[in-house]
Design a protein around this ligand. Structure first.
Ligand code: FDP
Ligand code: ZN
Length: 345
Protein backbone atom coordinates (compact mmCIF):
# COMPACT_ATOMS: atom_id res chain seq x y z
CA UNK A 1 0.00 0.00 0.00
CA UNK A 2 1.21 3.52 -0.85
CA UNK A 3 2.49 5.44 2.13
CA UNK A 4 0.73 8.49 3.51
CA UNK A 5 2.19 11.98 3.37
CA UNK A 6 2.45 11.85 7.16
CA UNK A 7 4.54 8.68 7.06
CA UNK A 8 6.72 10.16 4.33
CA UNK A 9 7.31 13.40 6.23
CA UNK A 10 8.10 11.42 9.36
CA UNK A 11 10.81 9.47 7.57
CA UNK A 12 12.24 12.59 5.83
CA UNK A 13 12.60 14.47 9.11
CA UNK A 14 13.97 11.85 11.47
CA UNK A 15 14.64 13.73 14.70
CA UNK A 16 15.83 16.97 13.03
CA UNK A 17 13.71 19.67 14.75
CA UNK A 18 14.01 22.23 11.91
CA UNK A 19 12.87 19.67 9.34
CA UNK A 20 9.98 18.78 11.63
CA UNK A 21 8.93 22.43 11.54
CA UNK A 22 9.09 22.39 7.73
CA UNK A 23 6.94 19.23 7.77
CA UNK A 24 4.42 20.81 10.15
CA UNK A 25 4.14 23.79 7.78
CA UNK A 26 3.57 21.48 4.80
CA UNK A 27 0.84 19.61 6.73
CA UNK A 28 -0.92 22.91 7.44
CA UNK A 29 -0.64 23.90 3.78
CA UNK A 30 -2.28 20.58 2.87
CA UNK A 31 -5.26 21.40 5.09
CA UNK A 32 -5.61 24.78 3.37
CA UNK A 33 -5.28 23.21 -0.10
CA UNK A 34 -8.08 20.73 0.67
CA UNK A 35 -10.32 23.64 1.75
CA UNK A 36 -9.49 25.59 -1.40
CA UNK A 37 -10.07 22.52 -3.56
CA UNK A 38 -13.55 22.18 -2.04
CA UNK A 39 -14.30 25.84 -2.72
CA UNK A 40 -13.15 25.47 -6.33
CA UNK A 41 -15.09 22.23 -6.84
CA UNK A 42 -18.27 23.78 -5.45
CA UNK A 43 -17.90 26.46 -8.10
CA UNK A 44 -20.38 29.18 -7.57
CA UNK A 45 -20.56 32.35 -9.44
CA UNK A 46 -17.87 34.87 -9.11
CA UNK A 47 -14.75 32.79 -8.34
CA UNK A 48 -13.20 33.83 -11.64
CA UNK A 49 -14.65 37.33 -11.56
CA UNK A 50 -12.54 40.40 -10.97
CA UNK A 51 -12.33 41.28 -7.28
CA UNK A 52 -11.85 44.95 -7.99
CA UNK A 53 -8.27 45.20 -6.72
CA UNK A 54 -4.75 44.61 -8.05
CA UNK A 55 -1.94 42.62 -6.44
CA UNK A 56 1.58 43.82 -5.59
CA UNK A 57 2.58 43.51 -9.24
CA UNK A 58 -0.43 45.34 -10.63
CA UNK A 59 -2.23 42.19 -11.90
CA UNK A 60 -6.01 42.30 -11.64
CA UNK A 61 -7.10 40.11 -8.71
CA UNK A 62 -9.85 37.54 -9.18
CA UNK A 63 -12.22 36.68 -6.36
CA UNK A 64 -10.48 33.29 -5.95
CA UNK A 65 -7.02 34.96 -5.65
CA UNK A 66 -8.30 36.79 -2.61
CA UNK A 67 -10.03 33.72 -1.11
CA UNK A 68 -6.83 31.67 -1.62
CA UNK A 69 -4.66 34.32 0.01
CA UNK A 70 -6.92 34.31 3.09
CA UNK A 71 -6.97 30.50 3.34
CA UNK A 72 -3.18 30.25 3.13
CA UNK A 73 -2.43 33.12 5.51
CA UNK A 74 -4.60 31.33 8.07
CA UNK A 75 -2.52 28.16 7.54
CA UNK A 76 0.67 30.22 7.79
CA UNK A 77 -0.44 31.75 11.09
CA UNK A 78 -0.93 28.25 12.52
CA UNK A 79 2.59 27.24 11.39
CA UNK A 80 6.03 27.81 12.89
CA UNK A 81 6.70 30.79 10.60
CA UNK A 82 8.25 34.15 11.39
CA UNK A 83 7.46 35.75 8.02
CA UNK A 84 4.94 35.25 5.24
CA UNK A 85 5.37 36.76 1.78
CA UNK A 86 2.58 36.43 -0.79
CA UNK A 87 2.10 37.41 -4.39
CA UNK A 88 -1.08 39.08 -3.21
CA UNK A 89 0.58 41.29 -0.56
CA UNK A 90 2.91 44.23 -1.11
CA UNK A 91 5.41 43.30 1.61
CA UNK A 92 6.26 40.50 4.00
CA UNK A 93 3.97 39.97 6.98
CA UNK A 94 5.47 39.27 10.41
CA UNK A 95 4.03 36.21 12.18
CA UNK A 96 5.64 34.45 15.17
CA UNK A 97 8.58 36.60 16.37
CA UNK A 98 10.87 33.73 17.40
CA UNK A 99 10.02 31.22 14.66
CA UNK A 100 12.84 29.90 12.49
CA UNK A 101 11.13 29.71 9.09
CA UNK A 102 9.71 32.02 6.43
CA UNK A 103 7.40 31.17 3.56
CA UNK A 104 6.88 32.80 0.16
CA UNK A 105 3.70 31.77 -1.62
CA UNK A 106 1.75 32.20 -4.83
CA UNK A 107 -1.68 31.33 -3.36
CA UNK A 108 -3.42 30.98 -6.73
CA UNK A 109 -1.28 30.23 -9.76
CA UNK A 110 -2.90 30.37 -13.19
CA UNK A 111 -5.57 32.97 -12.35
CA UNK A 112 -6.52 33.45 -15.99
CA UNK A 113 -7.63 29.79 -16.08
CA UNK A 114 -10.07 29.95 -13.14
CA UNK A 115 -13.17 30.66 -15.14
CA UNK A 116 -12.34 28.06 -17.82
CA UNK A 117 -12.16 25.04 -15.47
CA UNK A 118 -8.50 24.43 -16.32
CA UNK A 119 -6.01 23.27 -13.65
CA UNK A 120 -4.73 25.96 -11.30
CA UNK A 121 -2.48 25.74 -8.24
CA UNK A 122 -0.63 27.07 -5.22
CA UNK A 123 3.18 27.33 -5.12
CA UNK A 124 5.21 27.62 -1.89
CA UNK A 125 8.81 28.07 -0.81
CA UNK A 126 10.07 27.60 2.76
CA UNK A 127 13.28 29.40 3.80
CA UNK A 128 15.31 29.59 6.99
CA UNK A 129 15.29 32.76 9.11
CA UNK A 130 18.64 34.02 10.45
CA UNK A 131 18.97 36.41 13.41
CA UNK A 132 20.01 39.20 10.99
CA UNK A 133 16.64 38.91 9.21
CA UNK A 134 14.58 39.69 12.29
CA UNK A 135 15.60 43.35 12.39
CA UNK A 136 15.01 43.78 8.66
CA UNK A 137 12.36 41.41 7.32
CA UNK A 138 12.89 42.73 3.80
CA UNK A 139 16.09 40.70 3.50
CA UNK A 140 14.52 37.37 4.47
CA UNK A 141 13.14 37.15 0.93
CA UNK A 142 16.47 37.92 -0.72
CA UNK A 143 17.91 34.49 0.06
CA UNK A 144 18.97 32.32 -2.87
CA UNK A 145 16.72 29.46 -3.91
CA UNK A 146 19.47 26.98 -3.00
CA UNK A 147 18.73 27.84 0.66
CA UNK A 148 15.14 26.54 0.47
CA UNK A 149 14.40 23.91 3.12
CA UNK A 150 11.24 22.75 1.41
CA UNK A 151 9.26 23.76 -1.65
CA UNK A 152 6.44 22.52 -3.78
CA UNK A 153 3.06 23.11 -5.30
CA UNK A 154 -0.53 21.92 -5.25
CA UNK A 155 -2.53 21.36 -8.44
CA UNK A 156 -6.30 21.80 -8.32
CA UNK A 157 -7.11 19.75 -11.39
CA UNK A 158 -8.94 16.51 -12.12
CA UNK A 159 -7.00 15.39 -9.02
CA UNK A 160 -5.65 17.39 -6.10
CA UNK A 161 -1.91 16.74 -6.17
CA UNK A 162 0.98 17.85 -4.00
CA UNK A 163 4.46 17.90 -5.57
CA UNK A 164 7.14 18.63 -3.01
CA UNK A 165 10.78 18.34 -2.12
CA UNK A 166 12.68 18.80 1.11
CA UNK A 167 15.96 18.35 -0.73
CA UNK A 168 15.84 14.56 -0.88
CA UNK A 169 14.13 13.75 -4.18
CA UNK A 170 10.85 15.16 -5.46
CA UNK A 171 7.70 13.36 -4.37
CA UNK A 172 4.12 13.41 -5.58
CA UNK A 173 1.06 12.87 -3.35
CA UNK A 174 -2.60 12.64 -4.29
CA UNK A 175 -5.48 13.70 -2.08
CA UNK A 176 -7.70 10.73 -1.36
CA UNK A 177 -11.15 11.81 -0.12
CA UNK A 178 -11.86 8.30 1.20
CA UNK A 179 -8.60 8.25 3.18
CA UNK A 180 -9.09 11.87 4.18
CA UNK A 181 -5.52 12.90 3.36
CA UNK A 182 -2.64 12.70 0.90
CA UNK A 183 -1.05 9.42 -0.18
CA UNK A 184 2.10 8.86 -2.19
CA UNK A 185 1.63 8.62 -5.96
CA UNK A 186 5.25 8.65 -6.99
CA UNK A 187 8.07 8.10 -4.52
CA UNK A 188 10.93 9.87 -6.26
CA UNK A 189 10.14 11.31 -9.63
CA UNK A 190 12.85 11.54 -12.32
CA UNK A 191 12.52 13.81 -15.36
CA UNK A 192 13.59 12.04 -18.55
CA UNK A 193 16.72 13.56 -20.04
CA UNK A 194 15.50 13.88 -23.59
CA UNK A 195 12.65 16.29 -24.37
CA UNK A 196 9.94 15.56 -26.92
CA UNK A 197 7.68 18.50 -26.00
CA UNK A 198 8.15 22.21 -25.50
CA UNK A 199 6.02 24.82 -23.73
CA UNK A 200 6.18 28.51 -24.57
CA UNK A 201 3.62 31.23 -25.22
CA UNK A 202 4.37 31.51 -28.93
CA UNK A 203 2.15 34.56 -29.35
CA UNK A 204 5.11 36.54 -28.00
CA UNK A 205 7.39 35.38 -30.82
CA UNK A 206 7.88 38.85 -32.27
CA UNK A 207 8.94 40.21 -28.86
CA UNK A 208 11.66 37.59 -28.19
CA UNK A 209 15.39 38.03 -28.60
CA UNK A 210 16.99 36.27 -31.55
CA UNK A 211 18.42 33.25 -29.61
CA UNK A 212 14.93 32.29 -28.36
CA UNK A 213 13.45 32.74 -31.83
CA UNK A 214 16.21 30.61 -33.35
CA UNK A 215 15.73 27.91 -30.72
CA UNK A 216 11.97 27.74 -31.32
CA UNK A 217 12.43 27.89 -35.10
CA UNK A 218 14.61 24.80 -34.86
CA UNK A 219 12.03 22.94 -32.75
CA UNK A 220 9.30 23.84 -35.23
CA UNK A 221 11.40 22.73 -38.18
CA UNK A 222 11.25 19.25 -36.62
CA UNK A 223 12.61 16.37 -38.66
CA UNK A 224 13.33 18.71 -41.57
CA UNK A 225 15.47 21.05 -39.45
CA UNK A 226 18.77 20.85 -37.59
CA UNK A 227 17.20 18.86 -34.72
CA UNK A 228 16.24 16.09 -37.15
CA UNK A 229 13.23 15.02 -35.10
CA UNK A 230 9.72 16.28 -34.47
CA UNK A 231 8.60 18.03 -31.28
CA UNK A 232 5.12 18.45 -29.85
CA UNK A 233 3.93 21.66 -28.21
CA UNK A 234 1.79 22.22 -25.08
CA UNK A 235 1.00 25.46 -23.19
CA UNK A 236 -1.54 25.20 -20.38
CA UNK A 237 -0.92 28.72 -19.09
CA UNK A 238 -0.82 27.50 -15.46
CA UNK A 239 2.80 27.07 -14.44
CA UNK A 240 1.91 24.26 -12.00
CA UNK A 241 0.22 22.18 -14.73
CA UNK A 242 2.98 22.76 -17.28
CA UNK A 243 5.55 21.82 -14.63
CA UNK A 244 3.77 18.64 -13.58
CA UNK A 245 3.49 17.47 -17.19
CA UNK A 246 7.23 17.98 -17.61
CA UNK A 247 7.96 16.12 -14.36
CA UNK A 248 5.76 13.27 -15.63
CA UNK A 249 6.97 12.89 -19.21
CA UNK A 250 9.83 15.33 -19.83
CA UNK A 251 9.98 18.41 -21.99
CA UNK A 252 11.09 22.00 -21.68
CA UNK A 253 9.29 25.15 -20.48
CA UNK A 254 10.37 28.66 -21.41
CA UNK A 255 9.13 32.04 -20.23
CA UNK A 256 11.94 34.27 -21.45
CA UNK A 257 12.30 38.02 -21.07
CA UNK A 258 10.89 39.85 -24.06
CA UNK A 259 10.54 43.28 -25.58
CA UNK A 260 7.11 44.14 -24.15
CA UNK A 261 6.92 46.90 -21.57
CA UNK A 262 7.57 45.37 -18.13
CA UNK A 263 8.62 42.00 -19.57
CA UNK A 264 12.42 42.46 -19.70
CA UNK A 265 12.65 39.61 -17.16
CA UNK A 266 9.59 37.75 -18.37
CA UNK A 267 6.44 37.30 -16.31
CA UNK A 268 7.27 34.83 -13.55
CA UNK A 269 8.33 35.71 -10.03
CA UNK A 270 11.55 34.39 -8.54
CA UNK A 271 10.69 33.89 -4.86
CA UNK A 272 7.31 32.14 -5.11
CA UNK A 273 7.29 30.70 -8.64
CA UNK A 274 10.74 30.09 -10.18
CA UNK A 275 12.59 29.11 -6.96
CA UNK A 276 10.14 26.45 -5.72
CA UNK A 277 9.60 25.08 -9.24
CA UNK A 278 13.39 24.96 -9.77
CA UNK A 279 13.87 23.18 -6.42
CA UNK A 280 11.38 20.44 -7.40
CA UNK A 281 12.74 20.16 -10.95
CA UNK A 282 16.41 19.98 -9.90
CA UNK A 283 15.65 17.40 -7.20
CA UNK A 284 13.96 15.34 -9.91
CA UNK A 285 17.14 15.34 -12.00
CA UNK A 286 16.06 18.17 -14.30
CA UNK A 287 17.46 21.65 -14.67
CA UNK A 288 16.12 25.18 -14.21
CA UNK A 289 17.86 28.38 -15.33
CA UNK A 290 17.11 31.98 -16.25
CA UNK A 291 18.38 31.01 -19.69
CA UNK A 292 21.99 30.57 -18.61
CA UNK A 293 22.38 30.82 -14.79
CA UNK A 294 20.80 28.23 -12.47
CA UNK A 295 17.67 29.73 -10.88
CA UNK A 296 18.74 28.44 -7.46
CA UNK A 297 21.97 30.52 -7.68
CA UNK A 298 20.28 33.84 -8.49
CA UNK A 299 20.60 36.62 -5.87
CA UNK A 300 17.07 37.99 -5.34
CA UNK A 301 16.61 41.68 -4.61
CA UNK A 302 13.09 41.47 -3.22
CA UNK A 303 9.93 39.44 -2.70
CA UNK A 304 8.36 40.30 -6.05
CA UNK A 305 11.42 40.03 -8.35
CA UNK A 306 10.81 38.55 -11.77
CA UNK A 307 13.09 36.21 -13.67
CA UNK A 308 13.19 34.60 -17.10
CA UNK A 309 12.59 30.88 -16.55
CA UNK A 310 13.67 27.83 -18.53
CA UNK A 311 13.25 24.40 -16.94
CA UNK A 312 12.75 20.73 -17.69
CA UNK A 313 14.76 17.90 -19.23
CA UNK A 314 18.40 18.55 -18.49
CA UNK A 315 19.85 18.23 -21.99
CA UNK A 316 17.22 20.52 -23.50
CA UNK A 317 17.71 23.24 -20.88
CA UNK A 318 21.47 23.06 -21.51
CA UNK A 319 20.82 23.42 -25.23
CA UNK A 320 18.78 26.58 -24.67
CA UNK A 321 21.72 28.00 -22.69
CA UNK A 322 24.04 27.31 -25.64
CA UNK A 323 21.78 29.24 -27.99
CA UNK A 324 21.83 32.20 -25.58
CA UNK A 325 25.38 32.21 -24.29
CA UNK A 326 27.43 30.75 -27.08
CA UNK A 327 26.62 32.07 -30.53
CA UNK A 328 28.97 29.49 -32.03
CA UNK A 329 26.38 26.86 -31.02
CA UNK A 330 24.23 28.33 -33.73
CA UNK A 331 26.67 26.75 -36.17
CA UNK A 332 24.92 23.49 -35.22
CA UNK A 333 22.09 24.82 -37.37
CA UNK A 334 22.10 24.53 -41.12
CA UNK A 335 22.56 27.83 -43.04
CA UNK A 336 19.01 27.50 -44.30
CA UNK A 337 17.61 27.63 -40.78
CA UNK A 338 19.97 30.42 -39.75
CA UNK A 339 18.10 32.90 -41.90
CA UNK A 340 14.52 31.80 -42.10
CA UNK A 341 11.82 31.73 -39.50
CA UNK A 342 8.87 29.47 -39.98
CA UNK A 343 6.71 32.06 -38.23
CA UNK A 344 7.88 34.68 -40.72
CA UNK A 345 7.65 32.34 -43.73
P1 FDP B 1 -1.30 33.68 -14.19
O1 FDP B 1 -0.76 35.05 -14.46
O2 FDP B 1 -2.59 33.38 -14.92
O3 FDP B 1 -1.36 33.37 -12.72
O4 FDP B 1 1.67 33.02 -12.50
C1 FDP B 1 1.79 33.53 -13.76
C2 FDP B 1 1.12 32.69 -14.82
O5 FDP B 1 -0.26 32.62 -14.78
C3 FDP B 1 1.67 31.24 -14.89
O6 FDP B 1 0.92 30.33 -14.16
C4 FDP B 1 1.65 30.94 -16.37
O7 FDP B 1 2.66 30.03 -16.75
C5 FDP B 1 1.85 32.29 -17.01
O8 FDP B 1 1.49 33.28 -16.05
C6 FDP B 1 1.02 32.47 -18.24
O9 FDP B 1 1.43 33.64 -18.86
P2 FDP B 1 0.82 34.13 -20.27
O10 FDP B 1 -0.59 34.56 -20.00
O11 FDP B 1 1.71 35.28 -20.64
O12 FDP B 1 0.91 32.99 -21.23
ZN1 ZN C 1 1.64 32.14 -10.49
Amino acid sequence: MASSLDAHLGSECGDDPLKQEVAETIRNLCGAAIKLRNTIAAGGEGLGQAHGGTNADGDIQKELDVVADKVFIKAAKASPLAFFGSEEQESAVRLKPDARLAMAIDPLDGSSNISTNVSIGTIFSILPVEEAHRANPDIVFTQKGSRQLGAGFFIYGPQLLLVMSMGNGTHVFIFSPSFGGFIELSSSIVIVDKAKEFAINASNYRHWDQPIRSYVDDLLAGSEGPRERDFNMRWVGSLVADCYRILSRGGVFLYPGDGRKGYAKGRLRLMYEANPIAFCVEHAGGKATDGTTPILDLEPKGLHDRTPLVFGSKREVERVARYIADPSALAERSPLFGKRSLFRA
